[in-house]
Design a protein around this ligand. Structure first.
Ligand code: ARG
Length: 460
């Protein structure tokens, strides 16, 4: 590898140590920013010409050259050279090979510091737009299943113990609600990151009469970074994204954990189509929920990326430091991981078939309507604490008898709650229990349908 010919090397009397050159280079991973780098360079050169900093002829030559570089990269004919330190130098090197002197003018009024900060924001903005599409699809799939199961009864859990009857639709809507907030966090992040760093130069701004607003408009930025030192050095936009992504992954992991539990014979609440499961190489009977397990497992990468980026930033003095080159790999890995996980949610949710009979069976063994009986006694005039006490005794009795509450006779109930009448038996119905919770946020089928309709309209 030759390092004498780097574009910053004129003041150096010795070539760069070969091991250092390899250590220093980011081209192996930042080539991923190529198209965004070129897009930003096109806007930069166009502005330089508009401000009479370079000539129109030079700008035309640069634009044509960059177009060709973009094509070469796109169709894999670009000659990546090992001693191109990073993507910015690769593109400029090739541009200059193609168009000569004009190519050497592209870097006027610019530094790699404001360049890389711009590229990364442009790139992340596009990735966010892709992620939002996957999130919408995931939310729509959850809404479709929720609508389908607005009336499906299942036990709701606290502490993973059977607690109260709920509808499966309501349970699924809880996840839609989480993903809805994730989407909103990510769009907040997009709004804050959509500001132009270019024009900040190395750290202090540039000594040319530039037009930053023109570049911002050409690149679709909503504004301009208003402090050059902050713009070249801070990566909080990436941290914010990865933080939102980590929260999103935590939500996906909860959902996947439930799918895995529901798919186990102990619950047998759902099945997942074969397309989403794999077998075991040794146990012929196995059908494993590999996809949700992997999504659960991939949380570690994203949480790790968040830690990496926070640690990366925390001790850097102003302004740009080479430390920041280390922002890319965790961010890239986070984006790839989150996109691949979220894009699997919609098809996986669609591939899920509920087993309402099994849900119902477990509902019956768990005394989930004990609260209903207590509420009923409260309506009959008993203070809640006394009602709670009486129903505990009734549950104990039913447990000893090995039956569910609905199998008890009125006389048996009256032994512990003399106030009870025929209404006590009606109070024990799980269907009535969910229907009674008919308010915003409640589990009633009518509420599930209303929520689905409202959210579907928001997503369309
Ligand atoms: N490859 C560098 C990065 O990713 C580009 C900026 C380098 N700037 C510098 N002054 N060495 O951060």
């Amino acid at each position: 590898m030759t390092t004498e010919n780097k574009n910053w090397s004129a003041r150096f009397s010795q070539p760069l140590d070969e091991q250092v050159a390899v250590f220093n280079a980011s081209i192996a991973f930042d080539r991923r920013l190529a198209q965004h780098d070129i897009k930003a360079s096109l806007a930069h050169a166009d502005m330089l010409a508009a401000c009479n900093i370079i000539s129109t002829e030079d700008n035309n030559a640069i634009a044509n050259g960059l177009q060709q570089v973009a094509e070469e990269i796109n169709n894999n004919t670009f000659n990546w050279q090992a001693d191109d330190e990073d993507i910015h130098m690769s593109v400029e090197r090739r541009l200059t090979e193609l168009v000569g002197a004009a190519g050497k003018k592209l870097h006027t009024a610019r530094s790699r510091n404001d360049q890389v900060a711009t590229d990364l924001r442009l790139w992340l903005r596009d990735e966010i737009d892709t992620l939002q599409q996957h999130l919408r699809a995931a939310r729509k799939a959850l809404l479709a299943q929720a609508e389908h199961h607005a009336d499906t009864l299942m036990p709701g859990f606290t502490h993973l113990q059977i607690a109260q009857p709920i509808t499966f639709g309501h349970h699924l809507l809880a996840y839609e609600e989480m993903l809805n907030r994730d989407a909103s966090r990510i769009s907040d992040c997009r709004r804050r990151l959509n500001k132009l760093p270019l024009g900040s130069g190395a750290l202090a701004g540039v000594g040319y009469p530039i037009d930053r607003a023109r570049v911002a408009a050409a690149l679709g930025f909503d504004g301009i970074c208003e402090n050059s030192m902050d713009a070249v050095s801070d990566r909080d936009f990436a941290i914010e994204f990865v933080s939102a992504a980590a929260t999103l992954m935590m939500h996906l992991s909860r959902f996947c954990e439930e799918l895995i539990l529901w798919g186990s014979p102990a619950f047998s609440f759902v099945s997942l189509s074969d397309a989403f499961c794999t077998g075991s190489s040794i146990m012929p009977q196995k059908k494993n929920f590999d996809v949700p397990e992997l999504i659960r497992g991939k949380c570690g990468r994203v949480f790790g990326a968040l830690t990496a980026l926070l640690v990366l930033g925390k001790s850097q003095p102003l302004a740009y430091n080479k430390d920041n080159q280390e922002d890319k790999e965790p961010l890239f890995d986070c984006v790839d991981t989150v996109n691949s996980c979220v894009s699997l949610i919609a098809p996986m949710v669609a591939a899920m078939t509920a087993k309402p009979d099994n849900m119902r069976k477990l509902l019956e063994v768990g005394y989930p309507t004990a609260t209903e009986l207590a509420d009923y006694l409260v309506r009959r005039g008993l203070p809640f604490r006394d009602a709670h006490h009486a129903v505990s005794a009734i549950v104990q009795f039913a447990e000893a008898a090995g039956v569910g509450l609905e199998a008890l006779t009125l006389e048996q109930i009256q032994q512990y709650a003399p106030l009870a009448d025929e209404g006590a038996l009606a109070a024990l119905s799980a269907t009535a229990a969910v229907e009674r919770r008919n308010h915003i946020g409640g589990t009633a089928p009518a509420q599930v349908r209303a929520q689905v309709a409202k959210k579907q309209a928001e997503l369309d």
